[in-house]
Ligand binder design. Structure first.
Ligand code: NAP
Length: 505
């Protein structure tokens, strides 16, 4: 089944063309032409989303669950075509896209089950106490309600699971919020076919047409207009710190500021404790290198930094990592721009004082080769730029004098999506010293694993202190992510007939 995109936008059930176009830049296969959206089109989509909210925001949980399941079915029905266009546009292997499709559909179905259970509404009831002295207590009921139209921006590296029908869209739709997606220019055809699947699900389940719109752009005009549109009530964003911060600032300076839920980049430090380095330096080096190479390092959870206490055992870890990375073959990156940014990042690291480059092959075009650097703890602290994410297969080893310095360095890390402890039982006391520091730095702390796989589950937290995300206390993965698109409302002395129909104690 081949798919040839028509390149139009989807606005409230209608495929709309605009005058200006851009061409996709696939890793292989044909390039296609896509329309560039306009602020007028954004306004149309937002007005339709607000109109849809009047019914969708009050729809039953059962009907929304049917809708989410229907989206998953429609995506699966287009599975082959999605994998074909997705792999052409991104260069990601078909098997990876098939896995990501499974994750995306699983996520939609998980949200369907989650809203049916109903716990997410966090219903509370303080029964009236008319005889209480000195003052009676009114009857108080509280429930979480959907906030209204939500804007969604996906990331280049997850063309399905963090894009058009990804986690943000699934969570917002589950909550009862219509969604307007700004399509990602790195995978516009993949975005279009997934939008088509959502549209088919809308028609199949009789949801209002404005429940979902999708607007393409290869620049910033659509995104900027979208986050500033007065009818948008919140933004779900996955992408770079630079892009996220620009849009976050726009949200904050609106006449009526709105929450911006940005999931941004991270360097995900791995703390290799002495007992581990003593026991399994070589296997740990090989495993870290394998994790760095996954998906050409294009994961927000890529474990870009490893901390070790220097000495002969640490040398074995370094050597094992070097050997594993030197054996790796070049990998295709998602876009020409990302490949250029990676090559620039490598050059900048190499020029930084005190930094030693241990693996250095030149990248050619969109093909990235892995790179490894080493630096002392003192030099790392003196060079702020070494804390920045370089999106790609770049590893940095920080050699510290002792565990005291490791703890001190942990305190100076920026906010992270994840921190990892590589430890043996003998390291328990060191780990216990690090834990209170790491808890304040990251949304997820792992022991003896690597952070690249993010389970979609009730307990998952994919977020963390800024700059890992712009959110306080939120996650973009797992069922808890629905809370971002809900708002508590208290109903005081409210007759049952006026309460949302889902309110049952
Ligand atoms: P990106 O360049 O920030 O793009 C994300 C989206 O934002 C795109 O639609 C992009 O538009 C738009 N955008 C970027 N800058 C903008 C601006 N100034 N104004 C308006 N719109 C703007 O990120 P990416 O390259 O797609 O993704 C890679 C980054 O995402 C990495 O840093 C990675 O770590 C991070 N990431 C984070 C997570 C997480 O969950 N924390 C997950 C995956 C990836 P265009 O399409 O026109 O460029």
């Amino acid at each position: 089944m081949t798919f040839t995109p028509h390149g139009k936008h989807l606005v409230a059930g209608e495929w709309v063309a605009t005058d200006t176009t851009f061409s996709s830049e696939p890793a292989h296969g044909p390039s296609h032409t896509f329309c560039v959206g306009t602020p007028d089109l954004v306004a149309r989509a937002c007005a339709a989303a607000e109109a849809a909210f009047e019914t969708y925001g009050y729809s039953s949980r059962e009907s929304r669950a049917d809708f989410l399941n229907a989206i998953a079915d429609e995506i699966e029905a287009r599975g082959e075509a999605i994998a074909q266009i997705g792999t052409q546009e991104t260069g990601l292997p078909e098997a990876r896209l098939e896995g990501e499709r499974g994750r995306t559909c699983g996520q939609l179905r998980l949200f369907a089950d989650h809203i049916l259970k109903g716990d997410y509404m966090d219903r509370r009831h303080d029964v009236a106490l008319p005889d209480r002295t000195p003052l009676p207590r009114p009857d108080l009921k509280m429930i979480q309600r959907p906030i209204g139209p939500v804007a969604v921006f996906g990331a280049s590296n997850f063309p399905l699971a963090f894009s058009t029908a990804g986690g943000d869209t699934a969570a917002a739709l589950a909550a009862g919020c219509p969604v307007v997606v700004k399509g990602h220019a790195a995978h516009p055809g993949t975005g279009e076919i997934v939008a088509e699947a959502i549209d088919a699900a809308i028609q199949k389940t009789g949801m209002p047409a404005g429940t979902f719109s999708f607007i393409q752009d290869n620049g910033y005009e659509v995104g900027s207009a979208l986050v500033q549109h007065p009818l948008i009530r919140a933004v779900g964003f996955t992408g770079s710190l630079r892009g996220g911060r620009a849009l976050f600032d726009l949200c904050a300076t609106r006449p009526e500021p709105i929450p911006f839920f940005g999931e941004l980049g991270s360097i995900n430090p791995v703390f290799c404790l002495p007992g581990t380095i003593k026991k399994r330096a070589e296997t740990l080096g090989q495993a870290w290198a394998a994790s760095l190479l996954m998906g050409a390092g294009q994961f927000c959870t890529n474990p870009g930094v490893a901390l070790v206490v220097k000495g002969p055992q640490a040398d074995k870890f370094v050597q094992a990592t070097v050997s594993a990375l030197q054996e790796a073959t070049p990998q295709t990156m998602l876009t020409d721009g990302i490949a250029e940014a990676y090559a620039r990042g490598v050059t900048d690291f190499a020029k930084t004082s005190g930094v030693q480059q241990l693996v250095s092959e030149k990248c050619v075009g969109r093909q990235a080769v892995a790179t490894l650097f080493k630096v002392s703890g003192t030099e790392w602290r003196a060079n702020e730029a070494l804390s920045d994410e370089v999106f790609g297969p770049l590893g940095l080893i920080i050699e510290v004098e002792d565990v005291d310095e490791m703890v001190a360095l942990a305190k100076s890390f920026d906010g992270q999506l994840t921190c990892t402890l590589q430890m043996e039982h003998a390291d328990m006391a060191h780990a216990a010293r690090l834990m209170p520091v790491l808890e304040r730095k990251a949304g997820r702390i792992l022991v003896n694993g690597f952070p690249t796989g993010v389970e979609v589950a009730d307990s998952m937290v994919h977020g963390g202190p800024y700059p890992a995300s712009t959110n306080f206390g939120a996650t973009s993965v797992g069922t808890l992510s629905i809370r971002r698109f809900l708002r508590p409302v208290c109903y005081q002395n409210m007759p049952d007939d006026l309460l949302p129909e889902r309110f049952q104690i």
